[in-house]
Design a protein around this ligand. Structure first.
Ligand code: TXA
Ligand code: MG
Length: 336
């Protein structure tokens, strides 16, 4: 911890745990250090970074805390919601904001990380600590796999609990807009804010200027093609999978498998749990798993069957990430 804080202060990059996914830290006010975050991740430089704080007072250095922001902080911080606020002129380096007049602020639940930021004395940027285009990391091992040799260290606090990135709420617009779904739902935000919020997660095309710049990039993509399976399509999907040897399965307990199915999938099966919260926690690790199978002994996985769930609560965040990983491909309509 002490040495991680020291390295950050020296301008080095250190990955850190949060309740959602691991983040890649650099001191947010140190522009050269922040620039190296983009290099390490291979991230497009027009995609701004989250400013990770230890407490709300750190936000006040850079932005005016509006009554709406105060309500969200009181209700959900520390926790998995990121707030977009207008910032004071030149309060943060362009490398952090992508030149926008707003910035994204987040106070994570993880105590080690908040202690780390307190020791540093300044907020740290915190994009997910994956190579750009790979699933976000939910363990220190994922970070090591993607970024070894490119960063100074990883603060390891075991697997993250939520598994999908924070909800992003833009308070710089009226009405407030949810730019990315996460564990905190639009309904929860509306209840606290006392006003309706918009939550339009339509697919942003390459030509469009998205509200959260990160929404336009291909995300979370494993090497295999993910096929989303609706609850009533599992019999068909499993029958199809049994005719091939290159299909992997993200297995939710609500999908009934026979011994023959289990035998057929062998190592090409990952258990992802019983409900939307468990599926969210295991999705990214599950997708990464298929990239690590040894081609020589286990064969290649060309397709991954993955369960759809209802688009409510954290299920909306799970479906949003799954849809991106699948490039919007559903088993029922895919050309196979
Ligand atoms: O849960 C999380 O939020 C994780 C953990 C590590 O804290 N971090 C994370 O960061 O997911 P990242 O960089 O992968 O996603 C941040 C998103 C991007 O889509 C980016 O475009 C958007 O936030 N963003 C950042 N600043 C913004 C701004 N001023 N206006 C709109 N969108 C912004
Ligand atoms: Mg990310």
């Amino acid at each position: 911890m002490q040495s991680a804080a020291k390295e950050l202060k020296l301008g080095e990059l250190v990955a850190f745990p949060t309740e959602t996914v691991y983040g890649l830290g650099a001191v947010a006010t140190n522009e050269p250090a922040v620039k190296r975050v983009y290099l390490a991740k291979g991230r497009p430089s027009d995609n701004p970074l989250i400013v990770t704080v230890a407490n709300p007072a750190m936000v006040a250095r850079f932005a005016e805390i509006t009554p709406a922001a105060q309500k969200i902080m009181d209700a959900f911080w520390p926790g998995p919601v990121t707030i977009i606020l207008p910032i004071k002129p030149n309060a943060l380096p362009t490398a952090v904001t992508g030149g926008l007049s707003t910035a994204a602020f987040r106070m994570p639940e993880n105590r080690l990380t908040r202690k780390l930021i307190e020791l540093v004395g300044d907020p740290i940027v915190g994009p997910s600590a994956n190579s750009s285009g790979k699933p976000s990391p939910t363990t220190a091992q994922h970070v090591y796999h993607d970024l070894r040799g490119k960063i100074k260290g990883i603060l390891d606090d075991g697997p993250t609990t939520i598994g999908v990135e924070s909800t992003i709420i833009d308070l710089s617009v009226t009405p407030p807009a949810v730019l990315r779904p996460g564990a905190i739902t639009p309904e929860q935000l509306e209840q606290v804010l006392g006003v309706p919020v918009t939550a339009d997660h339509h697919h942003v095309s390459a030509k469009e200027t998205p509200k959260a710049p990160g929404m336009k990039y291909k995300h979370y993509a494993p090497s295999a093609q993910v096929l989303i399976v609706q609850p009533d399509e599992w019999n068909q999907a499993l029958a199809w999978a049994q005719t091939r040897s290159d299909v992997g399965l993200l297995h939710a307990t609500f999908v009934n498998l026979t011994a023959a199915h289990r035998d057929h999938f062998g190592k090409k099966l990952v258990e992802v749990g019983a409900d939307a919260a468990q599926l969210s926690a295991h999705l990214f690790a599950g997708l990464r798993y298929f990239d690590t199978l040894d081609e020589a002994t286990e064969g290649t996985v060309k397709y991954i069957l993955a369960p759809a769930v209802a688009n409510t609560g954290i299920g909306a965040a799970y479906m949003n990430r799954l849809d991106k990983a699948a490039g919007h491909t559903y088993f029922a309509t895919a050309e196979l």
